[in-house]
Design a protein around this ligand. Structure first.
Ligand code: GLN
Length: 538
């Protein structure tokens, strides 16, 4: 048997949205760059079994893993920062834990017993954490959603408290992320809320090993000392995490400067090894000083008010721009605005147009308008999932003359269902976790733009959809100038369409944004950014 895995638990205090995900992901990168194999996991305290049934307004983007789990967007940070591949094991919700326990109870798994939060729910949580060791990781980082003191997160914290006792303090470390509010009127940085949140943790039996303080301004020595004293955390384990100016990818560099990774390794009794951040530093330097020009991309969607709804899309665009030394300007355009006003007003000055994935009818015609604009004005276009379906509907309506062409999702009675329900979806009744999900292979035409971007014909990409291009319309669409350049290996599903008449017009049924990394930008995003910038040069 190998050495047992070490566990790090990342909790949050004072407020939500402190950036626990980015902090956990940054720590994972640092530990990985010191030679350790890291696995990341998030425990979410809500009752949905997964976030797949929530509106993006509630929860932000639903991140999809290779193995087809619909998960929290923090997993995107994990994969982007630490270059790890997350799995179903990487995200558990209260709903998922409870439904496992309740199903077991119904099957008689606890016959004769009373099923309780402690120990049955807490045992199930511990199991979810401990089975991460199956990944073969040296270090497992578990982030706990919510804020210390929330009613909902208490079973998770209780389970982790028990785990630390069982595993021993050298195998289980608690990192608590907290907030130091800055009062600009008096010019003061306050430590009281952070003291209170560490106090809440203490009251449930957890003394954090490390306190990470989110702050707008630099901390003074007195803040470090005060927090150390009141929170029972050694001075050296009070870490400042100040807002970064330019790029979230600066966070690991700032944390490394304070020796956070060495501190954790010492707590684990693990050799410190050398930290190699050379590639990461070079990428951040390029991100901070783009010296090759500017590129402006319009993203036309329906949840534009909440940037988290398109997190991976924005990140993937930025990866392409960073790679090419370009400054990226994103114009967030509400699709509905294109329905009532001249698209020129919104799209006239952009270098590229992206229509992302989505569900529901609202804004659909605006997205189709955006595709029409891109096609007619020859503006580089990238369509993703619903964005590809919009490109198909646009060609059917405006080029092939099928005025009423539509998707069955929006118009069950349409005479021309150019987008129809996949066969495997026809018998599906439940909404949760039943779409076509996760990684599927796709074969590209050799002389396509997509193949030129990837440099190979066989690719694998992640999916999350129920509808597909209706094969009965393949010929009509091809005659109207839409080339079907990517198919499932058996040829039955259209995964990529292009317009060869345009400079760069590619739309995909899958979600390439989930696989883009700052150190390995996604080929399609890279090619789209490049075509957009080149068009602008003309
Ligand atoms: N609503 C469409 C479908 O289910 C597209 C989904 C998406 O864009 N993720 O097929």
């Amino acid at each position: 048997m190998g050495v047992p895995a070490k566990h790090m638990f990342v909790t949050g205090g004072v407020v939500s949205s402190l950036g626990k995900g980015i902090t956990a992901a940054s720590l994972a990168l640092l530990l990985k760059q010191r030679g350790y194999k890291v696995f990341l996991q998030k425990l979410d305290p809500y009752l949905n079994v997964d976030p797949g049934t929530m509106s993006p307004y509630q929860h932000g983007e639903v991140y999809v893993t290779d193995d087809g789990a619909e998960t929290d967007l923090d997993l995107g940070h994990y994969e982007r920062f630490a270059g790890v591949t997350c799995t179903r094991q990487s995200n558990y919700t209260t709903g998922r834990i409870y439904s496992t326990v309740i199903q077991r109870e119904r099957k008689g798994g606890y016959l004769g017993g009373t099923v309780q939060v402690v120990p049955h729910i807490t045992d199930e949580i511990k199991k979810a954490v401990l089975t991460c060791a199956d990944s073969g990781a040296d270090i497992i980082i578990t982030e706990i959603g919510g804020t210390a003191g929330d009613i909902e997160s208490s079973p998770f914290l209780e389970a982790l408290r028990q785990l630390r006792v069982e595993l021993g303090p050298e195998n289980a470390v608690f990192v608590h992320l907290t907030l130091l509010p800055y009062l600009s009127a008096s010019g003061e940085l306050k430590t009281k809320p952070a003291q209170r949140s560490a106090g809440i943790m203490r009251s449930i039996g957890i003394i954090p090993d490390v306190l990470i303080c989110r702050t707008e301004v630099s901390m003074e020595e007195e803040h470090f000392r005060k927090l150390s004293l009141f929170c029972s955390v050694p001075r050296a384990a009070v870490i400042e995490e100040k807002d970064v100016k330019n790029s979230i990818y600066e966070v690991p560099i700032e944390l490394a400067k304070q020796g956070l990774d060495s501190l954790i390794l010492r707590k684990f009794n693990l050799p410190e090894n050398k930290l190699d951040l050379s590639q990461w530093n070079a990428m951040v330097a390029r991100a901070i000083n783009p010296d090759s020009g500017e590129v402006k991309i319009a993203v036309v969607g329906k949840y534009m008010a909440l940037r988290d709804a398109y997190k991976s899309i924005f990140e993937a665009l930025s990866h392409g721009a960073i790679d090419q030394g370009l400054e990226l300007k994103i114009e967030c355009i509400e699709a509905e605005d294109l329905q009532s006003r001249d698209p020129e007003e919104f799209l006239g000055s952009v270098d590229g147009i992206l229509v992302p994935g989505g569900f529901g009818y609202r804004g659909l015609d605006g997205k189709i308008e955006a595709v029409r604009y891109a096609r007619e004005k020859d503006v580089p276009f990238l369509g993703i999932c619903l964005g590809m379906q919009c490109a198909v509907i646009e060609t059917a309506r405006n080029v092939a003359g099928l005025n009423e062409a539509d998707s069955l999702e929006f118009h069950p009675e349409t005479p021309h269902p150019v987008i129809s329900l996949m066969d495997e979806q026809k018998s599906v009744v439940n909404m949760g976790g039943t779409m076509r999900l996760g990684a599927y292979p796709c074969v590209l035409e050799v002389d396509s733009k997509a193949c030129a971007a990837y440099g190979v014909t066989d690719v694998s990409e992640r999916h999350r959809h129920r509808f597909e291009l209706n094969n009965e319309y393949r010929e009509i669409l091809e005659k109207a100038g839409l080339r079907l350049t990517g198919l499932s290996p058996d040829g039955t599903l259209v995964e990529v369409v292009e317009r060869p008449e345009n400079r760069w017009f590619t739309a995909v049924q899958f979600h390439p944004e989930f696989k883009s990394r700052p150190l390995r930008p996604h080929p399609l995003f890279n090619a789209f950014i490049s075509a957009s910038f080149q068009g602008k040069q003309k």
